[in-house]
Write a protein that binds this ligand. Structure first.
Ligand SMILES: [Zn+2]
Length: 450
């Protein structure tokens, strides 16, 4: 057994060195939405892994490159895979930052910069954990594969295909997902799954140019066409009207039911946050509600929306829709059903542009690595982890869960406090240290399991 006290000591004594590496990483403004600093950041990530004995390749994907690293460890029969992303969200609005967004700045026990938490802080924390294990024991505990992508913040459009083509290089017994952490009250969090996503833009063009509304009984109106088409998709009772939409929805398993009964209901917090008397349909159990798919109208536009009046017939109208999908729905199937439904409802003129498709992913709560992760979380944070079977959002963990690779995610997060995607994003140094201890133990004990 590795000397855990020595590992913890090493983590405490060398923190400055990892924070210096994080500073270097955050100084590269790798904003994927603008294709900025991407090559430079991929190369820096590659160098950081190479310095640690990884064989690294910066792989073309058709979009931003994936950095793939492999290192051998003591137990060659086990492989632990780490998934991270080196891209970040844009820093705007700049005037709300108290220090420059790409200059890691330390104050009040935390470091501030875009990416300091999401996801460069998480990445460096994992480096720290493995550095400490290697320094104390002389090697990595098992084989390690590292996959760092550069398009997570824009929906990972090229990752699933790339993973499909590189299966043989990604074989692993478990994967550590991009981010994790604790609640504001320091309870460790274990999220077992993420919903999928279908994102589409609907558009309709009915005349060659905008027209005078004196002709409104002569000419079709794109805004009306679109509103009628949208009304055919969902009723006021929130039920999605696309035939077959719910066909593949599976109910929570008995095991998931048990987890749902033990999980917090969470409705009161959301009601308070948004000033509501009750949630939609009187929902009282938020975690259970995440097992229901959604059809969300994210935006709608067309015609005149400026000040005062303008009497116009819009030629074109556009709406953006996102569907959060649950096991076992498939975005490609739902997109096809959406097309068929619009056609048969008389809206063949409404075009669909596919903007994003990710499948849901869910890990077996009884996988050995999931249990191990929970045990270690309780040791590090002094209380049992809060387990939720499915979260409302989306992350492409299906690329591993669908292949039977269980996914866990210890990390540096502190509730929703880190201001990820917002000005003054930060990571607390004490969260960095505890997450590194968690990750080091996970790697060591995972390598010993059979
Ligand atoms: Zn993010």
């Amino acid at each position: 057994m590795a000397d855990l006290a020595a590992i913890d000591r090493y983590l405490a004594e060398h923190q400055r060195e990892w924070i210096a590496e994080l500073r270097e990483l955050c100084a590269v403004p790798s904003v994927s939405a603008r294709h900025q600093g991407i090559e430079e950041c991929a190369k820096l990530v590659a160098r950081m892994l190479e310095r640690r004995g990884f064989a690294v390749e910066v792989c073309a994907t058709g979009g931003h490159p994936v950095v793939l690293g492999h290192a051998a460890g003591t137990n060659r029969a086990r492989t632990l895979l780490f998934y991270n992303h080196y891209d970040v969200q844009p820093p705007e609005p700049l005037e709300l930052w108290d220090s420059p967004p790409f200059q890691l700045t330390e104050r009040e026990g935390a470091v501030f910069a875009r990416g300091s938490k999401d996801d460069k802080g998480e990445f460096v924390c994992r480096l720290a954990a493995l550095d400490a294990v290697r320094a104390v024991t002389g090697s990595y505990p098992c084989d390690i594969t590292w996959l760092a992508e550069g398009e997570e913040e824009i929906g990972s459009p090229h990752l699933p295909d790339w993973v499909e083509r590189n299966q043989s290089r990604l074989r692993a017994d478990a994967a550590v997902w991009e981010e994790g952490g604790i609640e504001v009250d320091e309870t460790p969090i274990i999220r077992l799954g993420a919903r999928g996503l279908l994102y589409v833009e609907l558009s309709v063009k009915v005349i060659s140019r905008d027209a005078h509304s004196g002709q409104a009984n002569l000419l079709p109106n794109a805004a009306w066409r679109l509103v009628w088409a949208l009304a055919a998709l969902k009723g006021p009772d929130e039920r999605v009207l696309i035939p077959g939409f719910y066909d593949a929805v599976r109910q929570p398993t008995d095991r998931e039911e048990k987890l749902l009964r033990a999980a917090p209901k969470g409705a009161a917090d959301i009601r308070d946050e948004f000033g509501l008397e009750q949630l939609l349909g009187g929902i009282t159990d938020v975690n259970r509600a995440y097992f229901t798919p959604t059809a969300n109208l994210a935006g709608i536009g067309g015609g005149y929306q400026g000040e005062g009046s303008k009497t116009v017939i819009p030629a074109r109208a556009v709406a953006k829709l996102d569907f959060r999908l649950v096991p076992d729905q498939d975005p490609v199937d739902i997109n096809a059903k959406l097309r068929r439904h619009l056609d048969s409802a008389g809206f063949a003129d409404v075009a669909i542009e596919l903007l994003g498709a990710e499948r849901p992913g869910i890990t077996d709560p009884d996988a050995a690595v999931v249990r191990l992760n929970g045990e270690i979380a309780a040791e590090i944070y002094g209380k049992p982890a809060r387990v939720t079977p499915l979260t409302g959002g989306t992350t492409p963990m299906f690329i591993f869960t669908e292949r039977g690779v269980p996914v866990v995610a210890p990390g540096v997060g502190w509730g929703a406090m880190n201001r990820a995607h917002s000005p003054n994003e930060f990571m607390r140094l004490k969260d960095f240290e505890r997450a590194a201890r968690h990750l080091a133990r996970l790697a060591v004990r995972f390598a010993q399991a059979d």
